[in-house]
Design a protein around this ligand. Structure first.
Ligand SMILES: Cc1cn([C@H]2C[C@H](O)[C@@H](COP(=O)(O)OP(=O)(O)OP(=O)(O)O)O2)c(=O)[nH]c1=O
Length: 214
């Protein structure tokens, strides 16, 4: 049966693939690889371009890692990146700028991010990329969802940060957890916000002929 390599450390992505009934193996990162450099923003880069570039770079690194194994059988590789972004205050019709929010460095940073998102709309872009075999070009799909934060009190935001849920999550919240208490509406894909848009993922699985439950 065809199997898949998931080049991601995100437990949410693994859980979604498990729920879909996909046979997969997690491709562990190379401990010597500088992943921070990979995720560095370029000046003036829009969120959607950023997420696509980082996902393709993750895929490229994963393909290299796999082919360096002494013994390996080629199987399609899937990876993803999720980013939260808002229009920068300095944006104009002639110069559109995004403020890209990655994962918070610490609790203080998480509170800063949540305060920025509070009472407003923002975008969550998730790019997924799949390399079917060494010869073919990677296929990328981008899923963008608009999320609106309710007008939460500063005390509620601080209480949320204390739960530690914001850590390791883009924008400092998890829609699949207590973070959903802070959100009053979304337009788009819930699973995309969580880090792996299910519909777009099944399109890539179909393309790579990887079986799943449906
Ligand atoms: C906005 C949001 C993000 N997230 C998570 C999904 C991603 O795991 C994380 C964004 O970080 P990513 O850099 O996309 O992924 P990762 O570092 O967790 O894993 P890897 O690079 O190995 O694939 O934020 C949620 O779980 N819920 C949410 O509501």
């Amino acid at each position: 049966m065809s199997k898949l390599y998931l080049a991601s450390q995100s437990p949410r992505r693994a859980q979604i693939l498990t729920d879909l009934g996909v046979q997969f193996e997690i491709l562990q990162p190379d401990p010597n690889e500088d992943t921070e450099a990979l995720e560095e923003e370029q000046i003036g880069e829009l969120g959607i371009d950023y997420v696509k570039r980082v996902t393709l770079a993750k895929l490229d690194a994963a393909v290299r890692r796999l082919s360096q194994r002494v013994e390996f059988s080629w199987q399609p590789i899937l990876c993803a990146d999720t980013t939260v972004c808002m229009r920068d205050q300095q944006t104009s019709w002639l110069n559109i700028r995004d403020l890209i929010l990655g994962k918070p460095r610490d609790e203080h940073h998480a509170l800063e991010m949540l305060t920025l998102l509070n009472g407003k709309f923002h975008w969550v872009h998730t790019a997924i990329a799949l390399q079917k075999d060494p010869q073919s070009d990677p296929i990328v799909k981008i899923c963008s969802t608009q999320v609106h934060f309710a007008n939460n009190s500063p005390e509620r935001l601080a209480a949320y940060v204390k739960t530690k849920e914001p850590m390791g999550k883009a924008g400092g919240y998890g829609i699949q957890g207590l973070g959903s208490a802070l959100i009053d509406r979304i337009e788009g894909s819930y699973s995309g916000v969580m880090g792996l848009p299910i519909h777009e993922t099944t399109q890539l699985l179909d393309y790579a002929k990887i079986p799943f439950i449906l």
